[in-house]
Design a protein around this ligand. Structure first.
Ligand code: SF4
Length: 611
């Protein structure tokens, strides 16, 4: 096989043992890499109903056939596991030197099981692996840990690590790299913490063998040039995703006061133009020429890397209109290793509980000090913070207010209000990891194509986007933003893949892989919920009740809310395109046609399947 290293490193922390799996071509051809590998490995090797924080759960770090090779934004990897937040399939991607170094060290993926007796970190270099003591690192924040490990292993090492939130198993603890690159908001950091695994360090000196090195090099150089030629490139380089604050405000989708409104009175204080006035540097992922990590100094004078989701969730959604204060919350979240979207959603939910007098704590919108104290309590697991550290689904079961706990399947909604965006609401509802925008960011298309409609065309567009965003890019593994934001054509990625692997695939071949992975991931959710006795129903694919029941009270779309019956019709059509039954469970025939007959046989042990 060319393009792939063909090797997966398996690590058992309980037994302190390692083994190298030379996987066969079928895995590569059926699942490509990244999310595809992670989903298949989890299905095959995680015991059904496994406790996500038990030693038996798996932590998977997976690259794809483009990872680390020449080509736009290929410095990414996927971290995955059964999620402690949702109890279903969970993954996230991170742009990091670790992606490049893992492949140079000779592996496409690393799978970790077991639990170390004492804190350790995994060191992988050129086909060798060892466990080293992390006792002196335990308790340190992620920035300090990164620097300590770089002192030992050099600045060129690729490092994935956790902070105090992961160590304390906050359900939405993330994996952090390079002081601000974060991924795995479904709680992958907590899975690492449960295994007493503080970090993974990669160093390598070989390159994955590719089919046509010269063609790949030329294609990559042309693709980089093409990105720079795109009209949207210049403004992207100024603001990156921060330009979305202004767009969201203008289109009434900026999450405000716990997703009660789509406009924020102080949006211009936290938008891309406000950021530009404070910008001190720009950072990015490896192999990327459209670096979007815009850094400012926060109100304590420390560097904080901003993007749209962080600023919306920790700014407008909390009623905080001071960008330097938002930046402090954002930096602390990165240092603790906790997801900014879930954190913002937990704080805004608590503030709404307080306004409605459902809790005794007083938290006003915009009260930065109160929000900061509660954020610290979440990471320390103290008082109300301890309840919120379990995620919105668990917290609302204890505190009430389920209608305004803004999550799907336990994962909090990322930063787009959907009172007047039914397709975006659907994409949150049927995302394979819980409410996340990664798989089908349809909001800009929806705003441009009749946002109040509930049409078949919109559902078809959600599926189309899932196939590309959640399929192609999550398996290659490469960043989707050159395509999304400046319009680099998809054909570039297909050609890069073919040059690396020697295959002659068309985009439709990648789409078929994507469909296989979506049904496999859905089968995993259904199996895990059945095995845990949670049951499965289509209501799990519904967005939060607030968007159906409580209309917007401000802005140009005042009065707008979602229609439950029309939403349900769209959901039914989505299931029919996917070949899933009325519950959202893959049909027998669907699994057979996708080459998942073995999955069908296993799934039938847990739930009756429609033919
Ligand atoms: S566009 Fe941004 S997120 Fe994507 S690879 Fe480049 S720096 Fe990373």
């Amino acid at each position: 096989m060319k393009g792939w290293t063909g090797k997966i490193l398996w690590v058992d922390l309980s037994r302190k043992s390692f083994s190298v799996q030379s996987y066969d071509a079928k895995l590569a051809l059926d699942y490509v890499g990244g999310r595809g590998f992670a989903a298949r490995i989890l299905w095959d090797h995680a015991p059904a109903g496994v406790d996500p924080l038990s030693p038996e759960n798996l932590l998977i770090v997976a690259a794809g056939p483009l990872t680390g090779l020449p080509g736009p934004s290929t410095g990414k990897l996927v971290v995955a596991s059964k999620s402690p937040l949702t109890h279903g399939y969970g993954d996230g991607n991170i742009g990091t030197r670790a992606a490049v170094e893992m492949r140079k060290a000779g592996y496409d993926a690393v799978v970790v099981r077991g639990r170390a007796e004492k804190p350790v970190y995994l060191y992988v270099e050129d086909g060798k692996a060892e466990l080293l003591s992390a006792e002196e690192l335990w308790g340190l924040d992620t920035f300090t840990t990164q620097r300590r490990l770089e002192e030992v292993h050099g600045r060129e090492a690729g490092i994935l690590l956790i902070g105090p939130a992961g160590e304390r198993k906050v359900a939405y603890a993330t994996v952090i790299s390079q002081e601000g690159r974060s991924g795995g908001r479904v709680g992958i950091g907590a899975v690492m913490g449960s295994k007493n695994l503080k970090a993974i360090v990669f160093k390598g000196s070989s390159e994955p063998e590719v089919a046509d090195k010269e063609a790949l090099r030329r294609l990559a150089a042309d693709a980089y040039r093409e990105i720079k030629r795109k009209p949207a490139y210049a403004f992207w380089m100024r603001q990156g995703t921060m330009m979305t604050i202004q767009w969201s405000q203008e289109n009434s989708v900026l999450p405000t006061y716990n997703f009660s409104e789509g406009v924020f009175e102080e949006s211009s204080s936290i938008d891309g133009f406000a950021m530009e006035k404070l910008k001190v540097k720009q950072r990015g992922c490896p192999n990327c020429n459209m670096t979007c990590g815009n850094c400012i100094l926060d109100d304590e004078g420390a560097v904080s890397e901003l993007d749209y989701e962080n600023v919306a969730m920790l700014g407008s959604n909390l009623g905080i209109g001071d960008l330097r204060k938002v930046a402090r919350l954002n930096r602390l979240a990165d240092m603790w290793g906790v997801d900014t979207i879930n954190l913002g959603a937990a704080l805004s939910y608590a503030a709404e509980l307080s306004q409605r007098k459902l809790i005794s704590e007083r938290i006003e919108w915009g009260d930065f000090d109160a929000m900061l104290r509660l954020a610290e309590d979440i990471v320390e697991k103290r008082g109300l913070g301890a309840v919120l550290s379990e995620g919105l689904r668990e917290a609302s079961a204890k505190l009430g207010g389920a209608d305004f706990a803004m999550h799907v399947k336990g994962l909090s909604i990322s930063a787009y209000d959907c009172h007047a965006a039914p397709a975006m609401a659907l994409s949150y509802g049927v995302s394979p990891i819980g409410a996340h925008h990664k798989d089908a960011w349809i909001i800009s298309w929806e705003v441009a194509h009749g946002r109040f409609e509930y049409s078949k065309k919109k559902v078809e567009r959600v599926v189309e986007l899932q196939r590309i965003r959640g399929g192609l890019f999550e398996t290659l593994v490469a960043c989707r933003l050159p395509w999304v934001e400046v319009g680099l054509e998809l054909d570039w990625y297909v050609r890069l893949f073919n040059a690396a692997t020697g295959l002659s695939w068309a985009l439709s071949d990648h789409v078929r892989v994507a469909d296989r992975i979506y049904s496999l991931i859905r089968a995993f959710w259904v199996r895990e919920y059945a095995a845990e006795g949670r049951g499965w129903s289509r209501l799990l694919d519904y967005p939060p009740a607030k968007w159906f029941k409580e209309p917007l009270t401000k802005g140009p779309l005042k009065g707008a809310r979602l229609d439950p019956l029309k939403y349900d019709e769209m959901l039914g059509y989505y299931y029919s395109i996917r070949g899933w039954d009325f519950r959202g469970v893959p049909r027998e025939t669907t699994l057979d046609s996708l080459g998942l007959s073995d999955v069908k046989d296993e799934l039938k042990k847990y739930i009756q399947l429609a033919s």
